[in-house]
Design a protein around this ligand. Structure first.
Ligand code: FE
Length: 205
């Protein structure tokens, strides 16, 4: 199949950078710097880190005021309490949303993100568009995610760096009194912990 500018694109063709990465990987293994097993272990470790970590932290904080206080006071220690290894983070800060103040997280420079807590960042988080507009028009960005904030709610935008990473603790949705931690965690989306939207108001189907 030829495309509209007249040449073929095999679907499996690797980009220049992908080829370069594979070549480096082969060389590192060949020279004994790392092993294939190291690479597999690292991939598994990266894949094991998902937004479920953050959702579990937030849900526990919602139901347990003492844990919430510890989570805000010493987030890395609170992570360790429930078996999440956040030691790779330098400084880790919890931003608590309130009816008066909403927090939103960006890395204007590149793509700094609390990976041990939320896994890999979504592509939009790394986009120039988000990095620029989250600062110039955070309310507009939230609106596009479906969150329309009244004018009297303050929005604070936090710029992540290599030294400091953030998680937003969204507000617990109304009508969830008595819910289990497990069900509550299902309401805590990745995007609500970046701060571009609220926690879901009801369980996903
Ligand atoms: Fe960055």
């Amino acid at each position: 199949m030829s495309d509209d500018h007249g040449h073929d694109h095999p679907k499996h063709e690797l980009s220049y950078y992908a080829k370069r990465i594979y070549a480096m990987r082969e060389l590192l293994v060949e020279k004994g710097v790392i092993t294939e097993k190291d690479i597999q272990c690292q991939i598994e470790y990266q894949e094991a880190r998902t937004p479920a970590n953050g959702a579990n932290l937030v849900a526990k904080a919602w139901v347990d005021p003492a844990f919430k206080a510890r989570f805000i006071d010493d987030p890395k220690a609170a992570c360790a309490e429930i078996g999440i290894d956040a030691t790779a983070l330098n400084e880790f800060v919890v931003l608590e949303n309130t009816p008066q103040v909403r927090h939103m997280v960006v890395c204007t420079l590149c793509s700094c993100y609390p990976r041990p807590i939320l896994g890999r960042p979504p592509d939009w988080y790394k986009s120039f568009n988000y990095r620029q507009r989250s600062v110039s028009d955070p309310r507009g960005v939230m609106r596009e995610f479906g969150l329309e904030l009244p004018d009297d709610v303050e929005v604070r935008v936090h710029d992540s760096t290599a030294d400091i990473r953030y998680i937003v603790m969204p507000m617990r949705p109304a009508g969830t009194e008595g819910w289990s931690e497990e069900d509550l965690a299902k309401l805590v989306t990745r995007d609500s912990m970046i701060g571009v939207m609220d926690a879901l108001p009801m369980l996903p189907e």
